[in-house]
Write a protein that binds this ligand. Structure first.
Ligand code: HPA
Length: 270
């Protein structure tokens, strides 16, 4: 695996000489955020040797290198999901790659279902912690000592410092920010109402099919991590609506403008 990473790294470095400070992963609805930054270069995932390529419709697959204001960033426009059939080590490969390119901070975004009944579709939730106990760990397998320790600490996955930055930025943007625990399921089916009751019992406020595994891989490498979920729908059983990807996309699109404004403010203040 480490060799696969170094192959990808060499393949990227062949194409670009750029040291990002912040790595940003874009979830549904934020996909075109990268188009609005000062772009230095883009690299299609398919042009990187050994790179897992996303198959979800509407998910673009490329790294965008550039600047958000003065901050050098690498953006993942389209992520790799476990439900696509890749092993977890491939799912987090791009995250690790961004860390190996020099990014010290990781900003995660996603679309998620609201399990907390005080949430509403269109809300933003700052991730304060997560539950990955229902998915395989991306750290299973021989430990890559070059990246981090065998038994990494996970007591503060989402940086308290960055949480404070997010709170302040949201306030300045006039955006109400919910806070809570993100619980990752494997997908690709949406959850059942019983699974959502389980998520609530376990302390999950939002549920989704990404993100937490990436946070684990990033913390393993010592990156400082933060994340925001866009609550695109109430989770199964909490509203009369049937769940479908179209609704998720529509809500994400509806709040995309304020999400982008918020992301820019946060990136320039992290
Ligand atoms: N469940 C899981 N993932 C999701 C959801 C959901 O309700 N909404 C958006 N992503």
């Amino acid at each position: 695996m480490y060799q696969k990473l170094t192959t990808c790294l060499a393949s990227v470095k062949e194409k670009i000489d750029f040291k990002p400070e912040v790595a940003l992963i874009l979830g549904s609805g934020l996909g075109d955020y990268a188009d609005g930054i000062q772009i230095e270069q883009t690299i299609e995932y398919t042009d990187i040797e050994g790179f897992p390529v996303s198959t979800v419709k509407g998910h673009k697959g490329r790294f965008v290198f550039g600047y958000v204001d003065q901050t050098p960033v690498v953006i993942m426009q389209g992520r790799v999901h476990y439900y696509e059939g890749y092993p977890m080590s491939d799912v987090v490969l791009p995250t690790r790659l961004m860390g190996m390119l020099g990014a010290k901070k990781l900003f995660l975004t996603n679309a998620a279902g609201g399990a907390n009944t005080s949430f509403h579709p269109g809300d933003f939730m700052m991730i304060t912690d997560h539950i990955t106990a229902l998915i395989p760990s991306p750290l299973i397998g021989p430990n890559m000592e070059e990246l981090g320790p065998r038994f990494p600490d996970m007591s503060e996955v989402y940086s308290k410092r960055l949480q404070e930055v997010i709170r302040n930025c949201a306030k300045e943007c006039g955006i109400q920010m919910q806070e809570g625990v993100y619980l990752q399921f494997t997908g690709p089916a949406y959850e059942t109402p019983a699974e959502i009751r389980m998520a609530q019992t376990l302390g999950g406020d939002a549920v989704g099919m990404s993100t937490a595994c990436e946070a684990v891989a990033a913390r393993h490498m010592g990156l400082e991590v933060c994340g925001i979920s866009c609550i695109t729908n109430m989770a199964a059983g909490l509203s009369d609506a049937k769940l479908d990807h179209k609704e998720v996309q529509e809500t994400a699109d509806r709040v995309a403008k304020s999400f982008k404004e918020l992301v820019t403010k946060i990136v320039t203040n992290m």
